[in-house]
Design a protein around this ligand. Structure first.
Ligand SMILES: [Zn+2]
Length: 52
């Protein structure tokens, strides 16, 4: 990788990696803001389902 920024680790279903910059380079989870929000929504949906 030649880009200065850390690339989002999100891998699309078509195997293409998201090219956006990560929200926080020091964070354990390296995802862009968009995919962090997406992941959070998925977790919320999954935990909500299991709680009932
Ligand atoms: Zn992304």
């Amino acid at each position: 990788m030649t880009a200065k920024h850390t690339q989002c680790r999100y891998l699309r279903r078509n195997d293409q990696q998201c090219s956006a910059e990560v929200a926080d380079e020091s964070a354990e989870i390296l995802l862009c803001v968009k995919h962090l929000a997406r992941a959070m929504a998925l977790v919320k949906a999954a935990t909500g389902r299991n709680a009932r």
